[in-house]
Design a protein around this ligand. Structure first.
Ligand code: HEC
Ligand code: HEC
Length: 343
């Protein structure tokens, strides 16, 4: 998309955001200016969070699911703004983990070629209700992983996120007859520094939660079972029409995302998006994300069916291939909505 179109779209989106914004948020919105498409601007990572200045009340520890994109910059628990976090090695790890979470491609270039950040899917740095919140998740690990058929530590889970949601498979290149990782790339393992730092941020986020106590907000981005539609009743063309109506002003017709101030949604498909082995590449999983956290100007406005139609459209698009799909679901049955797997 030419830059001018992107800017126009971003301005339109901004106007829309402003139109729905509560009065207190106006100042913040005026300061947002669209950025050129190529730059990776330094996100405002340290905006201090003061509940008293917010036009909503927190939902437990979380930003409520119903507030609009004006809240996108709110991070209730921000390690960069926490005076209790000292300069110890662990304090540094937590802070770096947070930065990695918010700007993954910039902070972890050796791990991922994608343009996805953890915070694109786990909104408000993993601190928003019904947007895949991660507060309290750390203490639930180790946990059985159905896809792998074994217990996963928190670090294993984060490696999985990297390999799939961030497409860090770093598919080997043929360099002069030798099969090798692209220059400078490494494959993440549970001991990789970036993984350890992300785990440190997530453990810090869960420090007030007892191990093994399932937080009530966990894993709630689900379409209810009785509202799931058979896959052959989903129509990507209908989904595309809904996408054009509700999503393009921020995600772009090409699905690659437009800048809104210093924020840009991650690419929804194509080579820079999550790969086809990711949870978000499953139709019902993606529908559960969309249903409750998007469209960002009016989250929750879509019906269960509309969310599934849009998810069918997005999963009909090409995305990078996860090269180890044949090793998944060896123990447990493969879910029917894992549509990129061989039938
Ligand atoms: C494309 C969207 C997407 C991206 C990007 C993404 N995730 Fe996730 N993540 C998910 C989905 C979907 C789940 C499953 C949530 C559920 O079961 O309700 C999940 C689950 C998790 C869990 C397990 C939570 C729990 O309570 O069991 C962790 C931890 C996690 N993600 C961390 C990360 C980290 C760290 C990153 C960045 C390296 C990341 N995710 C990037 C979509 C994403
Ligand atoms: C007002 C702007 C806006 C609208 C409208 C909007 N989104 Fe988003 N969306 C965003 C932003 C911004 C993010 C990333 C959030 C962040 O990084 O804080 C996002 C994230 C997402 C994600 C997580 C994965 C990724 O690649 O970033 C999905 C999936 C998504 N949106 C789907 C949709 C769908 C489907 C619609 C239409 C029903 C929609 N969005 C409408 C702004 C919007």
């Amino acid at each position: 998309m030419p830059r001018s179109t992107t800017l126009v779209l971003a301005v339109v989106a901004l106007a829309l955001v402003a139109a729905c914004a509560p009065p207190d948020a106006d100042d913040e919105l005026e300061e947002m200016t669209p950025e050129p498409e190529t730059a990776m601007p330094a996100q405002a990572l340290v905006t201090p969070f003061d509940p008293a200045t917010r036009p909503y009340e927190l939902d437990g520890p979380l930003v409520p699911a119903s507030v609009t994109m004006v809240s996108a910059w709110d991070v209730p628990e921000n390690p960069l703004a926490d005076p209790m976090l000292d300069g110890s090695a662990e304090g540094e790890r937590v802070r770096w983990g947070y930065r990695l979470f918010m700007r993954t491609p910039a902070e972890a270039p050796r791990l991922t070629p994608s343009e996805m950040s953890c915070g694109n899917c786990h909104l408000n740095a993993g601190q928003r209700n019904l947007a895949l919140p991660l507060v309290g998740s750390a203490g639930m690990f180790p946990e059985y992983n159905r896809r792998a058929g074994v217990d996963f530590s928190l670090e294993d889970r984060i490696v999985g996120c990297f390999m799939r949601s961030m497409n860090a498979t770093n598919e080997v290149e043929d360099v002069g007859g030798v099969r090798a990782l692209p220059a400078g790339r490494v494959t993440p393992t549970p001991d990789t520094e970036e993984i350890v730092a992300l785990a440190a941020y997530l453990r810090w986020l869960s420090r007030d939660h007892a191990d093994g106590e399932n937080p009530p907000w966990r894993k709630k981005n689900r379409i209810p079972a009785d509202a799931l539609m058979p896959l052959d009743q989903l129509d990507p063309q209908l989904g595309e029409a809904l996408f054009i109506e509700h999503c393009v002003q921020c995600h772009g017709e090409d699905g690659q995302g437009v800048w809104i101030g210093d924020k840009k949604a991650g690419p929804l498909w194509g080579p820079l998006s999550w790969n086809d082995g990711a949870g978000a590449a499953r139709v019902y999983t993606l529908a559960g994300i969309i249903r409750f956290m998007m469209p960002y100007l009016n989250p929750g406005v879509l019906s269960d069916e509309e969310a599934q139609q849009i998810a069918a459209f997005i999963t009909s698009k090409p995305r990078p291939a996860y090269p180890y799909k044949s090793q998944d679901y060896q123990t447990e049955p493969r879910p029917i909505d894992a549509v990129y797997y061989e039938r």
